[in-house]
Design a protein. Structure first.
Length: 224
């Protein structure tokens, strides 16, 4: 008898085939290009400029996440023995892992384009919190989109939201508190804000991914 882990592992080849490769390529290629240009042009970046480019790369890498849960065959796959929430989590893991690796590579490319003395002023860990927060918000929008589209097209809401959300935040009066200069006056406070946003988005996503089982009409009554 196959255990649950074996059954879920057997789904991986099928999930890999349905990953949104085109959005991944359209997000990853520009992100790597933007971050490789300073090194290719022998430009010495300041920490603030490197942080800005890395934030742009984060947005480019987050956009493909909006398509991670799209499932045109949702009505068919609903009958599979593997719970929908598990399938969606596996799809997110398969998509987000290479995107996280690409964003990390962008960080190393930008670090290589900086003067050795300035490299310690680029906080990759702190900036990764922003990228994770934007990614979690995009996943939340995707799950909401699934609810609005009967489980088929989460990107209907998440794709425009993944672009508009960072744009609105960057143009809002709170931009200096959300996207401060590394190690500036509001740096520590902004990290707490992004950590809180990440936790809230992850918690709401977990609640929305839970399966809502209909209550039996015979509950509390004599057997039907």
């Amino acid at each position: 008898m196959r255990g649950p882990l074996t059954g879920h592992t057997a789904l991986l080849p099928h999930l890999l085939r349905v990953l949104p490769r085109a959005p991944m390529a359209l997000g990853a290629a520009p992100a790597l290009t933007v971050c490789a240009l300073p090194l290719a042009l022998s430009t010495h970046l300041e920490p603030g400029d490197a942080a800005l480019l890395l934030r742009v790369a984060a947005v480019l890498c987050v956009v493909p996440v909006a398509f991670a849960l799209d499932d045109p065959a949702a009505n068919t796959t609903a009958t599979l023995p593997c719970p929908p929430a598990v399938r969606r989590l596996l799809r997110l893991a398969l998509l987000c892992t290479p995107l996280a690796a690409i964003w990390t590579a962008c960080g190393f490319l930008l670090t290589a384009a900086m003067n050795p003395d300035d490299r310690v002023a680029l906080p990759l860990a702190g900036l990764s919190l922003e990228a994770a927060g934007l990614g979690a918000a995009t996943v939340l929008l995707s799950v909401l989109g699934l609810r609005l589209s009967d489980g088929g097209r989460g990107s209907t809401l998440a794709a425009p939201g993944s672009v508009l959300l960072p744009l609105v935040l960057a143009l809002s009066p709170a931009r200096e508190r959300l996207f401060p200069v590394p190690y500036g006056a509001s740096w520590d406070a902004s990290r707490w804000a992004w950590a809180s946003a990440l936790a809230v988005a992850a918690g709401l996503t977990a609640l929305l991914l839970r399966e809502h089982r209909p209550t039996s009409p015979c509950r509390g009554q004599l057997p039907c």
